[in-house]
Design a binder for this molecule. Structure first.
Ligand code: BES
Ligand code: MN
Ligand code: ZN
Length: 507
């Protein structure tokens, strides 16, 4: 999608769909008033009568007679109550607009960006993100019905700026948003692809392709190398499957030589049947999404490389299936993880933490300045926070707050859970250094503590994205399936760190 910005009041852009945000209560934006005037007050009449909705996320399509006002189609999108325009509200409005463009089968649209307190670069970025995300649909595995025309792709979008806005800043914001959202769609695509397509091998090949195209150094370790390096916890999980495991390492060296890197780790479990501690059948198909943390890591690395961020960043994705083959790990098995600690596997369905700790331990060789990991780790997190927020824990309060801020800025909201020492008691083992499940109580926190035992003193934050990495698609810029979480939050954190000089936390 080609996204450009255009100054306010310049000749009306040639687009098949003109998108005009409307506010609920208060005075409408200048773009609305101008168009309303050109249409003889038609739009305000529609609003006053209640025929056009202006509630959050609601849309109304209007066909001005004979293209009056210079527009064939006008889409009114409800933005917000009162005058407060936030990035997330713009992102959602733009998502709704992109979906209407698909329904209307048009290839171009213009989006009238309302004046607001939001810096124009942030506003344009949010609109670009919403448009690119909203235009994504997972349809490659569905046959095109012969009696229906092929879908029309949204090829061109023009963001029409409010009066006196800085065009250069807006264009830069739109460029950043387009890059991030396009990467995020890669994460969504990987998430939506079924387990028989998106295997560990496929994830590795995808990482290699991204690396070739964007200039990242990519290393993919297979079973032999994993054995030689002692990633026995990852190997234990993959034992029950015919698919070979992978450890994917993607390096972006945008910073000074010798600058300690940031490390992003993502769970790449391409299908989680639970292993011998098998899951119930109902809903098990959703466990193809168990690699969304890994997909977000690949996608974030793509965006970081494409943005050319002046900082060193390394993405690490352990990838495996969790099945029940004859060689599968069994409850009671004890494995020696990378780094030497022994783990009693009391529940083979608590496999994510097993593959993650090997990856985290392996990543210490890069001498990371700080480490983030994202994983669809616990059903308990979905119970606690639903599909609305990502659970966050860490061993460094400053870093936790950085992540929470990055979440607010990007619309990928986070909520911190406590790491009281008491929880650590629940994963003590009678037979090994630690066990991989503490049972039902505080399931998300004990999983976090399990990871922390292997992290040690390295600054680290864990994101449990079990509830946020995929969903019903009710958010206007999303569709049912993978959401792209944690792509935006990962990229935002790295951007903030790069802006702060690469070494320290953003203020
Ligand atoms: N991948 C699941 C977690 C999950 C559940 C993600 C639901 C998304 C939706 C993870 O591997 C898992 O099975 N966790 C167990 C841990 C338990 C056995 C300690 C869980 O949450 O039940
Ligand atoms: Mn599991
Ligand atoms: Zn899992």
């Amino acid at each position: 999608m080609k996204i450009s910005v255009s100054a306010a009041g310049s000749t009306r852009p040639a687009a098949e769909l003109l998108v005009v945000p409307v506010l609920e209560g208060g005075e409408q934006d200048a773009a609305f008033r101008m168009l309303d005037e050109a249409l003889g007050g038609h739009l305000s009449t529609l609003l006053a009568r209640g025929d056009a909705k202006h509630g959050f996320g609601e849309t109304t399509l209007v066909f001005p007679a004979n293209g009056a006002g210079g527009a064939e189609r006008v889409l009114l999108v409800g933005l917000a109550k009162g005058a407060e325009v936030t990035a997330e509200r713009l992102r959602r409005a733009a998502g709704a607009a992109a979906k209407q463009a698909a329904k209307s089968r048009v290839a171009s649209l213009a989006f009238a960006l309302p004046a607001s307190a939001l810096p124009v670069a942030e506003a344009a970025r949010a609109v670009a993100e919403g448009l690119v995300l909203g235009a994504y649909d997972f349809r490659e595995l569905k046959s095109q019905p012969e009696d229906k025309p092929a879908p029309v792709a949204l090829e061109e979008a023009i963001i029409v700026l409010p009066a006196d806005a800085d065009e250069g800043a807006a264009a830069e914001g739109a460029r950043v948003g387009e890059i991030i959202a396009r990467a995020e769609n890669v994460a969504r695509q990987l998430g939506n692809l079924p387990g028989n397509v998106a295997t560990p091998t496929y994830l590795g090949e995808t990482a290699e392709r991204i690396g070739r195209e964007r200039g990242l150094t990519v290393t993919v370790l297979g079973p032999e190398e994993l054995r030689a390096e002692g990633l026995n916890a990852l190997l234990a999980v993959s034992q029950g499957s015919e698919q070979e495991p992978r450890l994917i390492i993607m390096e972006h060296r945008g910073g000074a030589e010798g600058q300690k890197p940031l490390v992003l780790v993502g769970k790449g479990l391409t299908f989680d049947a639970g292993g011998i501690s098998i899951k119930p059948a109902a809903g098990m198909e959703d466990m193809k999404f168990d690699m969304c943390g890994g997909a977000g890591t690949l996608a974030a690395m793509q965006a970081i490389a494409e943005l050319g961020l002046p900082i060193n960043v390394i993405g690490v994705v352990p990838s495996s299936e969790n099945l029940l083959g004859g060689g599968a790990m069994k409850p009671g098995d004890i494995v020696r993880a990378h780094g030497g600690k022994t783990i009693e596997i009391v529940n083979t369905d608590a496999e994510g933490r097993l593959i993650l700790v090997d990856a985290i331990s392996y990543a210490k060789r890069f001498d990371p300045l700080a480490m983030l990991d994202a994983a669809t780790l616990t059903g308990a997190c979905v119970v606690a926070l639903g599909n609305t927020a990502t659970g966050v824990m860490g061993n460094d309060e400053g870093l936790v707050q950085e992540i929470i801020r990055a979440g607010e800025a990007t619309g990928e909201r986070c909520w911190q859970l406590p790491m009281f020492d008491d929880y650590r008691e629940l994963i003590k083992s009678d037979y090994a250094d630690i066990k991989n499940s503490g049972g039902r109580a505080a399931g998300t926190i004990t999983a976090g503590w399990f990871l922390r035992e292997f992290v040690g003193e390295w600054p680290w934050v864990h994101l449990d994205v079990a509830g946020t990495a995929y969903g019903d698609g009710k958010i206007p810029y999303l569709t049912k399936g993978a959401s792209g979480v944690p792509t935006r939050i990962f990229v935002q954190w790295v951007m903030d760190r790069a802006a702060a000089g690469g070494g320290t936390a953003a203020a």
